[in-house]
Every structure is written in structure tokens, then in C-alpha cells.
Design a protein. Structure first.
Length: 920
């Protein structure tokens, strides 16, 4: 630091020249430069004085990264003020102050080097002035951070991992060697989790222009060969086979070198799941699974050692290294339960707790039962507010096995161990014990109940639109009430089902903390993130049902934040026009009663068939049954249905003669319309977690439509449906649906109108077929006439790619039968026999005044599968502009015999189509 800067930075008038003093004083030398001379000198004969001090950055070019004034805050040394006649002695106290200043400056962690120089300044009268220089060399400052050398680990994933470990290197901060070492370790572990066990990470710190001590930090990731497991062998296992133990391992599984053997490309292996990668950091998880399996089958002393790794070979491209894992196992004897008891419980009776664990004397010990029992006990205690409850099994093996122990009665005898070689699960057919000397363990469940907790406050964060009362009415926890953990879980599920917020996930979004100053109270905070609020959308798309369409709509499931739903929509397409106004209030009159209405106009052109025009409205009321997820609904609807643009095949006299119901149902020659007035009670049980992309839960529904009530169409239509979702992994969900429908006319309606009959085909049931193409047909023309009963089954395996994008493998199957036709696995293939004019039996038959129609004869020429099936892949992603999922469907139809598409040509084997929404 230059002398001028010294004076300016620290405002040290003691260093400035005093023109009123006697003889001129020499300049002060500081930090390699000269500063202004002092204005006065101390009295002759005085001891040393503190003349001047300051930070010196000569070691880094004379400039600093941090303002010099900031360092002054940490320096406690005081200097003399000659112009005021104030002189600060330099003595032992001063040296202690210097030592303290050194510690304070070093403690900032801003410096790589620090030393203090004290030089003498000699006044003309012989007095010594001390000039103190705090020599500093600052740490380098991070300007840029890069990670290079690997495409297997994404930079975004590295950032997430570092954030979780609180190890982020923030820009414009000083270099921290300890933090750099931590980052290297984390990145190296990430590479090893990808199978690069020989990976290394090196840092490079390069100086940058633009300022002192600015650096560019680059982490070079060196992958090395990817380590693959060719074989896994176990050493020491006698009771359980190698194959059984291998199946317990989820992270480190063997895989033959298929790529080398069959020349399969790497990219294909990565798509189907490149198992066999050795992941050392996750071996402990596999070891725990193996031990867990043993303990589930009575081997309470089983243990897994450190695996021995043997390198077998490298691939030709040197990118893969194949290894063999030898895993040592200690099994120990297999134990039966001697006695079983519960201890430590005061709130819940022992007689109630013991059955939860389903562990009886004489059975082989099974820790799986203990875990399930603990989970049930945790739920039980959680209901009562004991949210800190925990428990563990206290196992005490008996020292001496009782050789005369009688065999367990057949009623409580445990099943034999899992099958292996020689009919038993063991390499040598043994199970670790003998019939006459079975080791026994006494089991005591130690319960740690804790204290009962109550709810102090329930707060919500992030609901910028939704009113608090809308959220609170879904909560089954109440302030000042018992902190029921199961009620909290139930409340979270109810909130997720609303779809107003992004799905709440465990401890991340649900924060439970003990209330400060209270012994047995907790505060519950829900962190919410609004979604799907008021939307004014305009879009265009294509689907099989609507064809090409344009859409303009206002839609909200949470109108004005009050939980009401409102929809105003207009959709016009090449095949369908839909206009609707719908409103729903989930808490009508501030009660848990659903009320709503829907006014609509719908024109649908069924290609190759007819155009159906419907006008009408629906009134809806619903209320809960009990306190669960079951609701009862009652809908009343009134519709006026007209039919136009009828395909000439439907008006063919031969077709009408064979299917007399068509004339009335299509209003042929009548020019009128059908009036359908119906009431539809239904009951729904729904635990599905999310409305758009569900992952868990089930939905059961049953309903019956009763049409009559003043209309000119009378029928009843019962329907039952079951939907199930199972989360199989974090990104994998299995979905299934089963549905059965039945419809029949009654009381004055001779036949069902064709637009009320049942059909299948299309993206909402059997995806690979055109809409309304599956059902009973006219044998000569192939026109689909519909049926009165159907069975439908759908299975989907959903894999989440990223965010709202999913790939779905599906299988659909269904069949429709008409009155008098039973369901079956096979259906007859019918061929039309043209009538012979010479046949007197085929002359004419009267079907109306003056009309004569030739009789149609058929014969059965074979059978085919009755269920029409479709399978394939679907890409589904959420489209905010449409507020529904958008779908690309690639389907193969293995069972399509007898089905004609909308152009009356045989249904194609392969089909590709666009769609919106979801199948179920």
C-alpha cells in the first residue's frame, strides 16, 4: 500500500507534515514506499511510540480484493496523534494487541499468508517511532467453476448433490481448500455410483484477468473404465443358495457380457437398463438386503463381509472392466421363537399389541413380521398423538439348545425354508440345524412410547391464491387437538387429490416442530405451491375423437381461491363441436356437500355412420359417506338428441329389415328428436393421490342410469369400475382398470337408440382401434350396431422420463355382446349366404306395407378371439395450454379379427394417433 493511500485509507494525520513545527522531519517509509512525514515529534527522552500502522498488500501487487477499510475493523492497535500532542507508547501491551490483531485477521479466513513487520522511525530528537505493517496475501477468489470430462454425470445433478451436502462453491468467495476436497469426494462418489470405480477428480485453479486473485476453478473428471460385474459368488452360505442371495441384491447384480458376445451397442443397453454396474457406495444396501432375508427366515446372527474384487478382463475398447465379486457370508444357526412378549407399554395393552406382530412360539423367527408389526403399532400410537413412538426387538438366544424340545404343533408350525437344491433352500440340502436340536430365541418387543403430543398451530405457506379455509376444511387435524399422525397423512392425501397444489411430499413439504416453551405441543407447517389456477387458454390439436380442433376456454378448479370449479369452453373441430358452461361448489352452504351444474351442446360426427347433436344440462349433488374417501352422488340430466347425416347404409331397406330398431333409434323418416331424462345415483371410493399423473391409490365406482321421468326413452344402465395404481419405484407406476357395463330398455321402449348402445374403440378404452368400431355388426354390411353389455380391461406401466413427460407401455382388452349373446373367450365367424332365386323358401318376406325383402342366410365358418386387444407404447406429457395431458400413441392390435375401421376397411395391425386426456 502506498504512503498516500495509507493516509487516505486510515485518516492518520500523525503521518502528515506539520508545517508549524521546527525543523523538517524525514518521510515515513511504509510498505516499500514513502509516506508523508509526521507533523511533530514526541518530547525528547520519551520511550518508543506507535507512530503509524496499516495493511500492506505488497506481496500481491499492492492492491486488495477486499476494501482496506474492512481490515481496519479487525485491528485494535491505536496510533499516536502528533498534531494533538497525543503519543501512544509502544510497550508490552502493544505487543499483546499485535498478537490479538494477528489472530483476528487470520480468523477471517480471507488470507493465505499474514505477517507483521515493525520498523523504527528515528525522530531528530532521538525518540523512536514504531511503524507497524500488517503484511497480507489474500486467498484467491472464485470467479468461475466448471466440471469437465464426463457426460455420465450431469452438471445439474452435481449442483443438486453439492447443495444437499452444503458443499456448493459460491462465486465471488475465497478459495477454501477443505471445501474443494469435499467437492472432489462428492463428485468422485457420483462417478463411482455410475460404475466408474477407478474414477478420479482433480482440480485446476487458474488465475484470471480482471482483478487481483481472481481464479477459474475447473474440476477434471477422469472416469476410467466402467466396472461391470461378470459373476457374483458367495462364500460360506450353506442354508441359502447363491441364486436366492443374488435375487436380494438390487444395486450390484451380475450380468454376462452381452455386448461383447452379441455385439449389442452401448446405447441400446442403456435404454433397456444397463444392469451389472458395480456400485461400491451402494454395496452396503445390498448387504443389508441379504442380512434382512436371513433374519426374515430365522438366521438372526447372519452377517455379510467385505466383498473381494477380482478383475477378469477389459473390453476391447478398454471402456469396460469386468470383475468377479466374492462375498463372504456368515449364516449362523436358524432360530425358532421360544417366548414372545411386549415390554415398556403403558398406554396400549399388551393383549392388543401382541397380535400385531403375528409371532408365535414354535415358529421360525421372521423379522418381516416384526417390521410389519412395528409399522402397525406406529400407526396405532400415532392415532393417539404419540408421534415419537419407536420400538425394537430384544433378541435373547438361549445358551443351550434343548435337545428334547418337542416339535411345534401343526397349527403353529412355521413353513419350511424357501426351496433350493434337493428340495430345500441350501447348497447341500441342509438348513443350519437338526431335527433334535433346534436353536431357540426369546423375543421381547421393547416399546418406547414417549409422551402424547397436541397440535398448537397449523399454518400454511405458499397459498398465494387459495384461501386458508379451503385448505383447513380438508384437514383432519385441529388446533389444540391430539396430534394424530394418521389424520395428518389422511389430510395430505385429501389436499393432493384437490390438484390445487403440487403434490406434498413427506418431510420436504410437511414440517412438524415442537412448540418452543411447550413440553407436549407441536406446530404443523405445510409448504404449498399453487398450480392450475385460473387459465384462459387458446389451442389447437388433433385426436381421433375430435379430429383437428381449435379450443378457447376459461377453466379453473379453484375459482377465486375458494375451491370452486368453473369452466367456459368452446371447441370446434372437423368431427366434433363442444360448448359448455359448468360450475361446481364442493362445500355447498358451507357444508361438505357438492353441488354443481353443466349446460352443454355437443355435435359429434361419427365417420361413416351419422352425426349426433345433443343439447342438455346436468345437475349434480354429492355428499360424503363416513369419514373416509367415499362419496355418494346423484345426477339429473335432461338431453335432446337429434341425428343427421346418416350413412346411406343405415337407410338401406335390407339393413333396416334385419335391424328394425335402427329406424326408431336414428329417427329415420320421423324428423323428430329423442328426449332423454334420467337420474343417475352413484357411489365413489377414491384414494388416488393425484388427478393428472397418479402414482398410488385406488378408485371404485358404481352407478346406475335410470332414464324415463318424462322423456320418450326408457332404459336402465348399471356400471361398475375399478382403478388401481401401484408405485413400483420412484419413476415407475403400474395402473390397471376393470369395467363392466350393462344397458336394457324397459317400460314402453321397444328398442334402445343406437347412440345409447355400448361400443368400444378409441383412445379412452382400446387405443389401437378407431372409435366406436368394436361391437356387434350387421353381418352383410359390417356396420357396427352396438351391444347392451361390455367388459373392458386396461393395464399401463408408466415410466417418468423427466418432469411432466412419461412413457407408457399399455395393454387393452375388451368385448361387447348384445341381448341374448353371452360373454366368452371365442366368437363365431359368420359368412353371409346369398339367397338362390330358385329357392322357394327365399322368395320374399313382408316388412311393411307393400315392401318385399329377400331373406339373409348366414353360416358359421370358424371361431376367433372374442376379446379385442391392443398393446403398444404411449408418450404422454402435460400441455399447460390445454390443461390436459397430450398423447402420442403407437399401437399394435394382435386380436382384431372382424373389426372394420371408420372407412369400413379391415382394422390395421399397427396404428399411430394423437390424443388428449388419459385412458383412465
Amino acid at each position: 500500500m502506498c504512503a498516500a493511500a495509507l493516509a487516505a485509507a486510515f485518516a492518520a494525520p500523525a503521518i502528515a507534515q506539520d508545517q508549524a513545527a521546527g525543523p523538517a522531519l524525514p518521510a515515513i517509509k511504509f510498505c516499500g514506499q514513502e509516506a508523508a512525514a509526521p507533523r511533530a515529534q514526541p518530547p525528547a527522552g520519551s520511550g518508543p511510540v506507535v507512530l503509524a500502522y496499516g495493511p500492506c498488500f505488497e506481496a500481491q501487487g499492492g492492491t486488495s480484493v477486499i476494501e482496506p477499510q474492512t481490515y481496519l475493523y479487525y485491528i485494535q492497535l491505536k496510533q499516536s496523534r502528533p498534531s494533538e500532542g497525543v503519543w501512544i507508547p509502544y510497550d508490552e501491551t502493544t505487543e499483546k494487541t499485535l498478537l490479538q490483531d494477528f489472530k483476528s485477521l487470520w480468523g477471517t479466513k480471507w488470507l493465505d499468508n499474514l505477517w507483521i513487520d515493525v520498523t523504527d522511525y528515528k525522530f531528530p530528537n532521538g525518540t523512536i517511532g514504531k511503524v507497524v505493517a500488517y503484511n497480507m496475501e489474500e486467498r484467491q477468489r472464485v470467479k468461475i467453476v466448471d466440471y469437465v470430462g464426463s457426460k455420465k454425470v450431469e452438471i445439474s445433478k452435481i449442483d443438486e448433490k453439492l447443495k444437499e451436502a452444503d458443499a456448493q462453491i459460491r462465486l465471488d468467495t475465497f478459495i477454501d481448500p477443505g471445501l474443494i476436497k469435499k467437492v472432489k469426494t462428492i463428485v468422485r462418489d457420483m462417478l463411482r455410483e455410475k460404475g466408474f470405480q477407478f474414477a478420479d477428480v482433480k482440480e485446476e485453479i487458474a488465475e484470471m484477468p480482471g482483478g487481483p486473485k481472481l481464479v477459474h476453478v475447473t474440476f477434471h473428471m477422469e472416469e476410467g473404465p466402467k466396472v461391470k460385474i461378470r459373476r457374483v459368488d458367495f462364500v460360506g452360505n450353506k442354508a441359502v443358495s447363491d441364486g436366492t442371495l443374488k435375487r436380494q441384491m438390487k444395486q450390484n447384480r451380475e450380468r454376462p457380457d452381452m455386448r461383447d458376445a452379441f455385439h449389442i451397442p452401448t446405447w441400446f443397453m442403456s435404454v433397456i437398463g444397463d444392469r451389472g454396474t458395480y456400485q461400491e457406495p451402494k454395496f452396503d444396501e445390498d448387504a443389508e438386503k441379504i442380512v434382512e432375508y436371513y433374519r426374515d427366515h430365522g438366521y438372526i446372527k447372519a452377517n455379510v463381509g467385505v466383498p473381494e474384487i477380482k478383475v477378469i478382463t477389459d473390453s476391447e475398447d478398454k471402456k469396460t472392466r469386468w470383475i468377479e465379486l466374492k462375498i463372504p457370508v456368515v449364516e449362523g444357526p436358524r432360530y425358532k421363537v421360544g417366548t414372545f412378549d411386549v415390554a415398556g407399554n403403558t398406554v396400549v395393552k399388551t393383549d392388543y399389541l401382541k397380535p400385531l406382530f403375528k409371532t408365535n412360539p414354535g415358529e421360525f423367527y421372521a423379522e418381516k413380521k416384526i417390521r410389519k408389526g412395528l409399522e402397525k403399532a406406529r400407526e396405532l400410537y400415532g392415532h393417539g398423538g404419540y408421534y415419537e413412538f419407536t420400538g425394537y426387538p430384544d433378541l435373547k438366544p438361549r445358551d443351550e439348545p434343548n435337545a428334547n424340545e418337542p416339535a411345534a404343533p401343526a397349527s403353529i408350525a412355521a413353513p419350511e425354508p424357501p426351496e433350493g437344491k434337493d428340495g430345500k433352500d441350501g447348497k447341500d440340502g441342509k438348513n443350519g440345524g437338526t431335527k433334535n436340536a433346534q436353536p431357540t430365541v426369546d423375543v421381547t418387543m421393547r416399546m418406547q412410547e414417549g409422551q402424547q403430543f397436541f397440535v398448537n398451530r397449523i399454518t400454511f405457506v405458499g397459498n398465494t391464491t387459495t384461501h386458508d379455509n379451503v385448505i383447513r376444511r380438508e384437514m383432519r387435524l385441529v388446533e389444540e387437538g391430539i396430534f394424530d399422525t394418521e389424520a395428518l397423512k389422511y389430510s395430505i392425501k385429501r389436499l393432493n387429490q384437490l390438484g390445487y397444489f403440487k403434490a406434498l411430499e413427506g418431510g420436504k413439504d410437511v414440517n412438524v416442530e415442537k412448540t418452543p416453551g411447550e413440553k407436549n405441543k407441536v406446530d404443523v407447517k405445510l409448504k404449498l405451491e399453487e398450480q392450475n389456477r385460473n387459465q384462459l387458454t387458446f389451442g389447437a390439436g388433433v385426436s381421433e375423437f375430435e379430429g383437428f380442433f381449435g379450443q378457447l376456454s376459461f377453466q379453473t378448479a379453484n375459482f377465486l381461491g375458494r375451491g370452486e370449479s368453473l369452466t367456459l369452453s368452446a371447441q370446434a373441430g372437423s368431427r366434433a363441436q363442444n360448448y359448455s358452461l359448468a360450475f361446481s361448489e364442493p362445500f355447498l352452504f358451507d357444508r361438505n356437500i357438492t353441488g354443481g351444474f353443466n349446460l352443454f351442446r355437443q355435435d359429434i360426427r361419427y365417420i361413416g355412420q351419422f352425426t349426433q347433436k345433443t343439447r342438455g344440462g346436468v345437475l349434480t349433488f354429492g355428499f360424503p359417506l363416513g369419514t373416509g374417501f367415499t362419496r355418494m352422488f346423484t345426477n339429473y340430466s335432461f338431453e335432446r338428441v337429434g341425428v343427421t347425416e346418416i350413412n346411406e347404409l343405415y337407410t338401406d331397406p335390407l339393413v333396416l329389415a334385419r335391424n328394425p330398431f335402427l329406424r326408431d333409434s336414428l329417427l329415420i323418416g320421423q324428423g323428430g328428436e329423442r328426449i332423454i331424462s334420467k337420474v343417475a345415483p352413484s357411489i365413489v371410493y377414491n384414494t388416488v393421490d393425484q388427478p393428472i399423473f397418479p402414482t398410488t391409490g385406488k378408485r371404485y365406482s358404481a352407478s346406475i342410469d335410470l332414464a324415463g321421468l318424462g322423456g320418450n326413452t326408457n332404459f336402465y344402465r348399471p356400471m361398475v369400475e375399478g382403478v388401481w395404481y401401484f408405485r413400483q419405484a420412484s419413476r415407475l407406476t403400474l395402473g390397471m382398470r376393470a369395467q363392466a357395463d350393462y344397458i336394457h330398455q324397459f317400460s314402453g321402449s321397444k328398442d334402445l337408440p343406437i347412440f345409447e348402445k355400448l361400443f368400444l374403440g378409441g383412445e379412452y378404452n382400446i387405443r389401437g382401434f378407431d372409435i366406436r368400431t368394436i361391437g356387434p355388426q350387421d353381418p352383410q354390411t359390417g356396420l357396427v350396431l352396438g351391444g347392451n353389455k361390455l367388459l373392458l380391461f386396461n393395464v399401463e406401466e408408466q415410466f417418468t422420463i423427466a418432469g411432466p413427460v412419461r412413457v407408457i407401455a399399455f395393454f387393452d382388452a375388451g368385448q361387447i355382446r348384445d341381448i341374448g349373446q353371452p360373454f366368452g373367450w371365442k366368437e363365431n365367424i359368420v359368412e353371409v349366404i346369398p339367397p338362390l332365386l330358385s329357392d322357394p323358401l327365399a322368395s320374399v318376406s313382408l316388412t311393411g306395407p307393400g315392401a318385399t325383402i329377400g331373406r339373409l342366410d348366414t353360416r358359421i365358418i370358424g371361431q376367433r378371439a372374442a376379446f379385442k386387444t391392443s398393446t403398444g407404447l404411449e408418450v404422454r406429457f402435460f400441455m399447460p395450454v390445454l390443461n390436459v395431458p397430450f398423447r402420442l400413441i403407437f399401437a399394435y392390435n394382435p386380436s382384431r379379427g372382424g373389426v372394420l375401421d371408420n372407412t369400413l376397411l379391415p382394422q390395421k395391425a399397427f396404428q399411430f394417433r394423437f390424443a388428449v386426456g388419459s385412458t383412465f
